[in-house]
Design a protein around this ligand. Structure first.
Ligand code: BG6
Length: 477
């Protein structure tokens, strides 16, 4: 779908996110024919360099971070869209030049790919210099605060210069193909929604397992931990999409209103419903304390939670969430386990009897529904559980690498002016309001996270979180 003519300014254009995600993402959209002929992408950062030098920097970044299957033959043409302005976020240098580069009458988007401490300075200078107006859009990244108070401050800072409908808060999980598919599966089919409640769903598991550790970003991570880094944002968004009521329309505020209701309905967590872990002294030598360069760190690199949603639909159905670094496999999935039929007419007493819907988010996107059937053959009526397995890549004939990356999609949504996949300020604040007490309770104590080996499925304690409820985690593989 073509988008309107635009000028996109990337503050922090020489940084890691711009190199890894934003520039390669824009290039892929260019190859897909989605970047209009006169669109400008203007890098802005402190480094003094000219357009030419920035184009070379972008070329190197795209070469390094483009996907394996990407066609690199159009880089030169793409680079013609790029420009650069050296700018001082806290001073006056560069702002007049930036203003002279921006064209009137096209979509203006400003991507704040910088530390949150600079959001206020940049917003103010954009406004003071008459560069941004009430039609401009700004894009901000996580971390959006580190607790409720700082998130409120950030929201208030941005609100001084921009209205809520101009602010695009990125949670890149919302840009993932299958995450959006959650809404399609739930609300475009009759099959699941009638069963989607505590009467028929036994429990839900949400797993985001990673194989990477925190080496290289240990300092940032050690001040954050899995709850701030993954649960408050990405996992919370997944939980909302799985648990929310049907919005009346696929419209930004209708969707975000429903997500907000889920967050507000979360019960406060009991200390016994959370397990924190840290990868330690593993056979392969990896150790969180070394990676974090903090021998006393109590920061969790793994967390598992049992969450209850106190509303009519979900009371009685727990949601178990877990995420961690240095686990056995990189896999993100949501498993909805339905209740067993109330009565079995077959003689089998101990066979598996529950249907499970597994929604695989990554690495291979797809869905898997387990159903019971009769075991083929003359052996009488014996039941077996079989998967109805669907890989989206196979089913749709697309090869996985053709799926747009989350950032590509989200940046194009900004240009289109569609906020559905972005977090609203009140959602972010509600999520912090729920996680703050969990973090405060931990910080007030002196307990240490449970150790686990790199390459495992996390600490033993996390298994017990489900065992005590007579349930089991689905294996991480
Ligand atoms: C980021 C976190 O937001 O998400 C990282 O800061 C994490 O710690 C990453 O590794 C996971 O994203 P993805 O897309 O690789 O699942």
């Amino acid at each position: 779908i073509p988008v309107d003519e635009f000028d996109l300014v990337i503050f922090g254009a020489t940084g890691d996110l711009a190199h890894r995600k934003i520039l390669p993402g824009l290039y892929r959209r260019y190859v897909a024919g989605q970047i209009p002929a006169s669109a400008q992408i203007i890098g802005a950062a402190r480094t003094k360099q000219d357009d030419k030098a920035f184009r070379e920097e972008a070329r190197a970044a795209i070469r390094e971070f483009a996907g394996k299957g990407d066609d690199l033959s159009q880089i030169d043409d793409f680079l013609n869209h790029l420009g650069y302005v050296a700018i001082d976020a806290r001073g006056s240098d560069g702002w007049a030049e930036l203003k002279s580069r921006i064209r009137p009458g096209v979509v203006h988007a400003f991507y704040f790919s910088v530390a949150p401490a600079l959001f206020g300075d940049i917003a103010q200078r954009l406004a003071e210099n008459g560069i941004a107006d009430q039609h401009s859009r700004i894009v901000v990244e996580k971390p959006f605060g580190r607790d409720l108070a700082t998130a409120r401050d950030l929201n208030a800072t941005l609100a001084r210069h921009f209205a809520e409908n101009q602010i695009y808060r990125i949670d890149h999980y919302l840009g993932k193909e299958t995450v959006q598919n959650l809404m399609a599966v739930r609300f475009a089919n009759m099959l699941f929604e009638p069963l989607w409640n505590a009467q028929y769903v036994d429990h839900v598991q949400i797993t985001v397992a990673e194989t990477v550790g925190v080496g290289g970003r240990g300092e940032y991570y050690d001040h954050s931990g899995a709850i701030r880094d993954m649960v408050q944002n990405h996992m919370m968004q997944l939980l909302c999409l799985i648990a929310m009521e049907p919005p009346y329309h696929f419209d930004p505020d209708a969707v975000r209103d429903e997500k907000l209701k889920v967050i507000r309905a979360l019960e406060p967590l009991e200390p016994g419903d959370i397990v924190r872990g840290q990868y330690r002294g593993s056979p392969d030598g990896s150790d969180y304390l070394k990676d974090a360069e903090n021998p006393d760190s109590r920061t969790e690199s793994y967390v598992a939670l049992k969450v209850n949603i106190a509303n009519w639909r979900w009371t009685g159905t727990p949601f178990y969430l877990r995420t961690g670094k240095k686990l056995r496999a990189r896999t993100s999935e949501i498993v909805v386990t339905f209740k067993a039929p109330p009565h079995s007419i077959f003689d089998e007493s101990d066979g598996p009897r529950s249907n499970q819907l597994v929604i695989k988010l990554q690495p291979n996107e797809g869905m898997d529904l387990t159903v019971m059937i009769k075991e083929p053959g003359p052996g009488g009526m014996r039941l077996v559980q079989v998967p109805l397995d669907m890989s989206f890549a196979d089913a749709l004939g697309a090869n996985g690498t053709d799926m747009p990356d989350a950032y590509e999609r989200l940046i194009m949504d900004v240009i289109r002016g569609n906020q559905t996949l972005f977090m609203r300020g009140d959602e972010v604040e509600a999520a912090w309001a729920w996680t703050d007490p969990i973090i405060a309770e931990w910080e007030a104590g002196s307990k240490r996270p449970e150790p686990y080996d790199a390459g495992s499925s996390g600490p033993e304690e996390a298994l017990r979180l489900l065992h005590r409820d007579n349930r089991r985690w689905r294996e991480i593989r």
